[in-house]
Design a binder for this molecule. Structure first.
Ligand code: GDP
Length: 304
């Protein structure tokens, strides 16, 4: 929780301390307080649609309960934000999901630069710490650097990496990785994919092909299609989420770089708009700077 608190420092300062100013000198939640709140939420990248939803809900409650004091605004906001955040069922890195499937297969998608490789490395580290046997598949075969980076993380963490020559078929890398994971009785497979958003059909076909191969080796795989988004890019993250969810069945989100940004509100907006749980958040560049997202903790840390 301490890491989460410090990881979200900028969001807290940029967002929730403005809240205090918004209500300064006012005792009841009136139209002006709500206008100020709306501006704070929008400028913190919560997104317009989600902001309006929050404001409307608070307006309703103020109307119903008449003189709602500004002292209660924080509590109202906490409750409404928690309601909007999709539930993440995993509360530790050795939870039932990873244990129920062997191997548990994670396909990682997202555009280049968002922190995909770093997230894969950090996640492998967390899982290994839980004594799970992890293998990484370097299926982003379009960039030599991507394969090298995954290998580097593999060495650093101490997990096996399956790679082929650059330019080889990503689906073939996925096939090799899964097959060897089954043979070696490994617990978790994490497959990196190319982050090219050239066009929707191209992306759909590419990811579809990798998925099909996975299903063939491990029925039910991939169990997790994890979209990595850079939390510091605000509205770009929304747009990427839209494109990837249209191209494949994303069922988990990782939002990175929340340590360097005041735009942490993006977590709230994206979770609400796409109804996909934020599963992991990145709060730094180091190996330990990945956390399982806990919505209660998240909201608490925003207001602490
Ligand atoms: P990829 O191209 O998506 O694989 O992106 P990388 O994993 O190579 O990350 C791009 C840059 O973002 C690197 O410099 C990482 O150290 C940095 N990065 C990744 N995650 C985080 C994070 O949670 N916080 C911060 N501050 N930097 C991050």
């Amino acid at each position: 929780t301490e890491a989460l608190n410090s990881g979200l420092e900028k969001t807290k300062q940029g967002f929730f301390s403005k809240l205090t100013k918004a209500v300064a000198g006012r005792s009841t939640i009136d139209a002006e307080v709500l206008d100020n709140l709306e501006e704070i939420l929008v400028t913190s990248d919560v997104g317009v649609a989600t902001t309006l939803k929050i404001i409307e809900r608070i307006e309703d409650r103020v109307a119903k309960d008449k003189y709602l004091s500004t002292n209660e605004l924080q509590q109202l906001l906490r409750e409404e934000i928690q309601l909007l955040l999709a539930e993440n069922n995993s509360n530790d890195f050795r939870n039932f999901e990873y244990g129920n499937h062997k191997p548990y297969v994670i396909m990682v998608v997202g555009v280049n630069g968002v922190g995909k490789t770093t997230t894969i490395g950090k996640l492998a580290h967390k899982l290994k710490q839980e004594n799970l046997k992890v293998v990484l598949g370097a299926a982003d075969t379009f960039r030599a650097a991507a394969v090298d980076q995954i290998k580097l993380w593999g060495e650093r963490v101490g997990v096996r990496v399956v790679a082929q020559a650059m330019g080889s078929d990503p689906a073939s890398v996925a096939f090799d990785t899964l097959q060897s994971a089954v043979a070696n009785q490994e617990d978790v497979v994490i497959i990196d994919t190319a982050g090219r958003l050239h066009n929707k059909v191209g992306l759909m076909n590419e990811l579809g092909k990798i998925k099909k191969v996975m299903e063939r080796v491990v029925p039910g795989a991939p169990h997790e299609i994890l979209l990595v988004l850079d939390g510091s890019t605000g509205q770009n993250a929304f747009e990427q989420c839209k494109q990837f969810t249209e191209a494949t069945d994303v069922n988990a989100l990782a939002i990175t770089k929340l340590d360097g940004t005041a735009k942490g509100g993006v977590v709230i907006g994206i979770s609400d708009q796409f109804k996909i749980p934020v599963k992991y958040i990145g709060v730094g560049e180091k190996i330990n700077d990945l956390q399982l997202f806990d919505k209660k903790e998240f909201v608490n840390s925003l207001f602490s």
